[in-house]
Write a protein that binds this ligand. Structure first.
Ligand code: NAD
Ligand code: DAU
Length: 349
């Protein structure tokens, strides 16, 4: 079956990997990338596919109700894969309202436009909402998040994503809108904006700047290579059961400080610096308020029901990621000028 899919946030980190995968894999599908190009959105992330016939970029804001309704009525997408969001926890602490606007209101405006377009004719339609494991809150030293773990978000970011998940489910229950949701753990890989831990620290090591580890560094995250997330999204889009949720994770827990030390070792080797050089840049700084201790995903549902598993080990994925940033210093320089510098100074002063 041919599809016409609006992918929101397709110029961002994960969205660009999803767009690339679907454009290349399904030449018969029409892929419309809807993105407002905030600081995190960058058309340079999609240079390799922008000329493809089945790809169109549309600049637009998901919080602009009239624009979104008109776009849906004109294009009549049978599906939406919704990734557009404000995504950085530290920014959500400084400006929570911006997160409520984009992540909650923006999601509702998309749901409304999709509902109005198809008015109950739901055959072969799908609203795929891409969400995060942070909605489940924080784990202690033991245990894993499953699809039935209660929501318990702690940051304005995770509260806004939790709220958007609830609205998607509510539209499914109330209006029978066909949806799937996936909740994924921390992604890393190429094209990630250098405000998040791994690309920020790669950039700082390249530039011999300090590596600001929050608190004691004993916070744990479950890391997944972004290409494997995109593959999981493709699988769930085509084979996921309607109105179900799927957890996606890397089976790959790391304490921040251990991850940072591994990153330092790999960077020293690749930059031909003496072993131990980058570790000297580690600086313990004030903790993030409301910092979640540990995230870890039980991904057995997607593994057993859809046959998905991560394709690379963390060491391989991290090595590929570092190589990408070292080979794309122009991309890095472009995104770390201007507003980024103001943000960096404010966040880490
Ligand atoms: P990102 O910040 O890199 O990209 C977000 C994209 O959304 C950008 O291209 C931005 O321009 C666009 N956007 C923001 N506001 C918009 C608006 N109002 N209208 C239209 N476009 C807008 O984010 P990411 O890390 O790629 O995350 C993508 C999605 O995946 C988010 O929904 C996030 O919550 C979720 N997620 C991220 C991770 C992760 O580790 N990064 C893990 C799990 C889930
Ligand atoms: O779990 C999925 C989530 O992962 C996504 O939903 C979010 O969009 C994504 O940003 C990410 O959230 P985190 O807060 O876990 O990612 P971040 O890279 O900001 O931080 C990872 C860990 O590293 C966290 O414990 C905070 C710590 N950290 C982060 C930064 C930026 C530092 O110690 N120093 C830093 O400078």
């Amino acid at each position: 079956m041919k599809r016409k899919i609006i992918i929101t946030g397709g110029a961002g980190f994960i969205g660009s990997h999803v767009v690339r995968l679907l454009v290349n894999k399904y030449p018969d599908y029409q892929i419309l990338n809807l993105d407002s190009l905030t600081y995190a959105g960058n058309l340079a992330n999609l240079r390799d596919i922008e000329e493809k016939e089945n790809y169109t970029f549309i600049k637009g804001d998901i919080t602009d109700e009239a624009f979104i309704e008109n776009l849906f009525q004109t294009e009549k997408p049978d599906s939406v894969i919704h990734l557009a969001a404000e995504s950085h926890v530290d920014r959500s602490i400084k400006d929570p309202l911006a997160f409520a606007k984009t992540n909650i209101l923006g999601t509702m405006i998309l749901l409304n436009a999709f509902k109005k377009l198809w008015s109950g004719q739901w055959d072969n339609k799908l609203f795929y909402h891409v969400s995060t494991d942070e909605v489940y809150g924080s784990l202690g030293e033991k245990g894993l998040f499953t699809e039935t773990t209660s929501y318990d978000p702690n940051s304005p970011y995770s509260a806004s994503k939790a709220s958007s998940d609830h609205f998607v489910r509510a539209y499914g229950e109330t209006y029978d809108l066909p949806y799937v949701i996936s909740n994924c753990s921390n992604n890393y890989g190429s094209y990630q904006f250098p405000e998040k831990l791994i690309p920020l620290f790669i950039n700082n090591i390249i530039n011999n700047k300090s590596l600001p580890v929050y608190g004691d560094g004993n916070y744990t995250r479950d890391w997944l290579y972004v290409v494997d997330h995109a593959i999981a999204i493709d699988l769930i889009f085509h084979k996921g059961v309607l109105k179900e949720t799927y957890n996606i994770g890397g089976f790959n827990e790391w304490k921040n400080i251990d991850l940072v030390k591994l990153l330092c070792q790999q960077m020293d080797a690749k930059l031909n610096r003496d072993s131990g050089t980058s570790e000297k840049l580690i600086t313990y700084v004030k903790d993030r308020p409301g910092h979640d201790l540990r995230y870890a995903i039980d991904a057995s549902k997607i593994n057993t029901q859809l046959g998905w598993e991560p394709s690379v080990t963390f060491e391989e994925g991290l090595s590929k990621t570092i190589d990408w940033y070292l080979n794309n210093e122009d991309w890095l320089k472009n995104v770390t000028s201007g507003d980024y510098l103001k943000y960096y100074d404010k966040q880490y002063s």
